[in-house]
Ligand binder design. Structure first.
Ligand code: BDR
Ligand code: CA
Length: 319
């Protein structure tokens, strides 16, 4: 195993399981453009849009940024037990509304998400970090069908959940609410897990100043990204009454690329699967006495300026 302190330049192998989605696009660009990370593969899941849309969008997002040679496979088209509910009120009818979407130049890998994840993780000489920025359906399927693969997983860093209130129901965050059973399966399989929830992603607000700053980068990725953010800003203003939208998903990527940017605590994490009004709610014991031991790392604080520096730098090195 590589000693990372001695070999600081050796990138961390990661795979990105996503459902683009505006903020997933930035997560993909950060994973591909940050020199601390080596993006081994991209997998897609139904979430912000139907699987056919999130897969198409992931191909578009990779194409825009000139990301080629990274395998991309489609995964689950619906949650483990529930019907899929998408998020057109935030991401539009295509799940990536705003810019004109160019014809994707990236093919879909025939191995499928679970097959691709299994092969990439098994073949890696170094434990792989799974970046999950959508519902955890694919990761639950991987853990259920090929549990041995988790032995070579360094961490599952998931944008989802919240230590407080939700964003789709009073207590549930969208990714958790879409497939709470998948969250429960992943928790039951007891991998290393880091939750990057709304409590921290709501610190990453894409303000008008930030849009201006990204526009000044002046490449194709930044131009596309700014158009995404204009639509996303309008959505959040209309749907959530927020002046600037939280760019959730790249926070999970930043935590792996630059761990010092995100403070975390070890805590007990559970998910509600039975509630009628609370399904998908995450229970995080931050204070008091948990009835069961801590089972996850939970993000609690973001270095906002450092985060945006990483996002901008990644977009700069892309096309
Ligand atoms: C999460 O839900 C989706 O809308 C975003 O892409 C993000 O992954 C935020 O709740
Ligand atoms: Ca997402």
């Amino acid at each position: 195993m590589i000693d990372r302190e001695e070999h600081a330049a050796v990138p961390i192998p990661v795979v990105l399981d996503c459902d683009p989605g505006h903020d997933d696009a930035f997560a993909l660009w950060l994973a591909a453009g940050n020199p601390a990370l080596e993006l081994l593969g991209i997998t897609t899941v139904g979430g912000n849009g139907r699987l056919s849309q999130t897969t198409y969008n992931a191909r578009v997002v990779a194409t825009v940024a000139g990301i080629h040679g990274v395998p991309l496979a489609a995964g689950a088209d619906k949650p483990l037990t529930r019907a899929l509910t998408t998020a057109p009120h935030i991401h539009g009818s295509s799940a990536l509304d705003g810019p004109v979407l160019p014809e994707p130049q990236v093919e879909v890998d025939p191995r499928g998400a679970v097959g691709l994840l299994r092969e990439l993780i098994t073949a890696s000489a170094e434990p792989v970090t799974i970046l999950a920025t959508g519902p955890l359906t694919n990761i639950a399927l991987l853990a259920g069908v090929h549990p041995e693969v988790l032995g070579n997983v360094a961490d599952i860093v998931w944008m989802g959940g919240s230590t407080g209130r939700g964003n789709v129901t009073p207590y549930a965050e969208f990714n958790s609410w879409v497939d709470p059973e998948a969250v429960a399966v992943v928790l039951d399989s007891a991998p290393p897990l880091t939750m990057v929830g709304l409590n921290v992603t709501h610190q990453a607000l894409a303000t008008a100043e930030l849009l201006d700053r990204l526009a000044e980068v002046g490449n194709a990725t930044s131009a596309f990204g700014v158009e995404l953010l204009r639509f996303y800003t309008a959505s959040y203003q209309a749907a959530q009454g927020m002046a600037a939208p939280p760019l959730h998903d790249p926070v999970a990527v930043a935590l792996v690329a630059r761990p010092e940017l995100v403070d975390t605590v070890h805590a007990r994490l559970d998910v509600e699967v039975h509630g009628t009004e609370t399904a998908g709610a995450t229970s995080v014991v931050l204070h008091g006495r948990p009835s069961r031991p801590a089972n996850a790392r939970v993000a609690v604080q973001l270095d906002v300026a450092g985060f945006w520096d990483e996002v901008e730098a990644a977009i700069r090195v892309l096309r």
